[in-house]
Design a binder for this molecule. Structure first.
Ligand SMILES: [Zn+2]
Length: 496
């Protein structure tokens, strides 16, 4: 009876290898949907490990070379091909099997064809151009393929094996007594993989494992000491490079749960999604206590991939941005809704909060709708915005007081005398509009005169710190109080 191979990749606690594991998971999932898979194929990502059953390592090797490495190569020339006149639809169709044919028969100039066909024969792993194993320094694709195939072969052979079994499998590479400095599980070796006939000493460098400045970096922790990287971690590092190259994250999040790690990175940390989708807000809120560490990802043609640890406040900022996006998404704009929403998100992205404030005030009394509820929702959202803005500008923990302005709005509404309900409604809308216009223009003197007049004519009580709030408070305080005033003034429900 044929036994089904079971492989396990355990979480190492290092951001590079663990991101490598989630990328491997994504690649395996893609493979599963791309290929008609034979037999039982089972891939599960758990908190502590990625479990794979029934996989043939050769299938994975083929898929990475034919699909992943080709896509990395294509991404590198995509824009140029477009510029040189090859249509996007044609570029999209390109794959490893038809590339030569399509390029040869295309409308490209002869010298361009030659250039791209030559480039096509030099497809390597990203960010390790100078690697003698997986980069251009290996001399040829053939050599690179030989080395990579050997790596995959070893990785799956030593997977889940005990020390003695590993020593046996790695005999050719002269196992040493040390264990890998990343996973602390696998045996390290004195010799390295090479396509050459001679023996090659294993020297650790970014070509085996990249870490620069990451918090959990064992290279940093061990300083100048000799490090030993096992073949599995070397393989996961290559998966990590694919992740960076294919998904182009600006920020990486690290947390000690693989399932969660994949979730936050694929859904939250790929920043472009954050800015487009505020539905993650709730989920993000739940992540607060999970001890996530964030890294900025910088790619450098010489140094490879660099991760720099972000200070924790970055995380707070991220949450603030998501909350702002939530407001922008749920605001009722008086016209061109989709356009206004996108514009607000642009302002958030570029931290142009004053422009965001202008747009929100201009649309606060959304007259496209007769629905009072929508206007009240805008006012509430505007106050939320002011609160967030205030904590961004003044630092957290700065709470706004409404200085009885909401009471003033309610009292004024009750005392306003008029011949009909309709007239009162129109009157109220006009007053609200005048006030928001003055707010937008920062016309504090005008607002003071106008409100004082209303207070006297309608015989209502003047709030505490009334003149101080209007004339001398900070912009955010004023906007918050006026928002409270409008809320009380326009709300129909609270009438008793
Ligand atoms: Zn290792």
């Amino acid at each position: 009876m044929r036994t089904i191979e079971k492989y396990r990749f355990y979480r190492t606690g290092d951001v590079v290898a663990d991101i490598g594991i989630i990328e491997l998971y994504d690649i395996l999932q893609e493979m599963k949907s791309t290929y008609e898979t034979e037999g039982n194929w089972d891939i599960t990502l758990e908190a502590n490990c990625l479990a794979v059953e029934g996989l043939k390592p050769k299938t994975l090797y083929d898929y990475i070379i034919e699909h992943e490495i080709f896509q990395v190569f294509l991404n590198g020339i995509r824009d140029d091909l477009n510029k040189k006149g090859l249509e996007e639809v044609v570029v999209e169709k390109l794959n490893i099997g038809n590339f030569k044919e399509i390029i040869s028969q295309s409308s490209l100039k002869e010298k361009d064809k030659e250039f791209y066909l030559d480039k096509f024969s030099k497809k390597y792993f990203p960010y390790v151009r100078n690697s003698g194993k997986y980069g251009a320094n290996s001399g040829s694709e053939e050599n690179f393929h030989y080395n990579f195939k050997e790596l995959i072969d070893l990785v799956f052979k030593i997977n889940n094996k005990n020390d003695d079994e590993q020593r046996d499998i790695l005999k050719k590479y002269e196992p040493i007594d040390e264990k890998c400095t990343v996973c602390h599980t696998n045996i390290a070796t004195r010799l390295d993989i090479t396509h050459k006939d001679e023996k090659k000493e294993r020297i650790n460098s970014k070509y085996n494992y990249s870490f620069f400045g990451s918090e959990m970096s064992t290279f940093n922790n061990y300083g100048e000491c000799k490090n030993s990287i096992c073949f599995e971690c070397e393989f996961l590092n290559l998966m990590f490079l694919l992740y960076i190259s294919r998904k182009r994250p600006k920020v990486l999040g690290y947390t000690d749960d693989l399932y969660f790690l994949r979730y936050i990175n694929n859904n939250l940390m790929l920043k472009k999604r954050i800015y487009e989708d505020a539905a993650f807000q709730l989920k993000l809120g739940k992540l607060k206590g999970k001890g996530i560490r964030l890294y900025d990802v910088i790619t450098d043609s010489n140094k490879g991939v660099i991760l720099t640890f972000q200070i924790l406040t970055e995380y707070e900022k991220l949450i603030q941005d998501v909350e702002l996006i939530h407001i922008a998404d749920n605001y009722n704009y008086s016209h061109d809704k989709a356009l206004m929403r996108d514009r607000c998100k642009q302002y958030i992205r570029y931290k142009n909060y004053e422009a965001l404030r202008d747009t929100l005030i201009s649309n606060i009394l959304s007259f496209a709708s007769e629905d009072n509820e929508e206007i009240l929702l805008n006012i509430k959202n505007y106050q939320k915005f002011i609160n967030i803005l205030n904590s961004i500008q003044e630092g957290g923990g700065c709470f706004m007081k409404d200085n009885y302005f909401s009471k003033l709005g309610e009292n004024l509404k009750k005392n306003m005398v008029s011949s009909s309900d309709e007239e009162i409604n129109n009157n109220r809308k006009n007053i609200a509009l005048r006030i928001t216009n003055m707010l937008k223009a920062d016309d504090r003197a005008g607002m003071f005169d106008f409100l004082t007049h209303l207070i006297i004519v309608n015989n209502v009580e003047m709030p505490n710190e009334y003149s101080e709030t209007i004339l001398n408070s900070s912009k955010n305080e004023l906007h918050y109080c006026v928002g409270k005033f409008l809320e009380g003034f326009l709300n129909n429900k609270k009438e008793c």
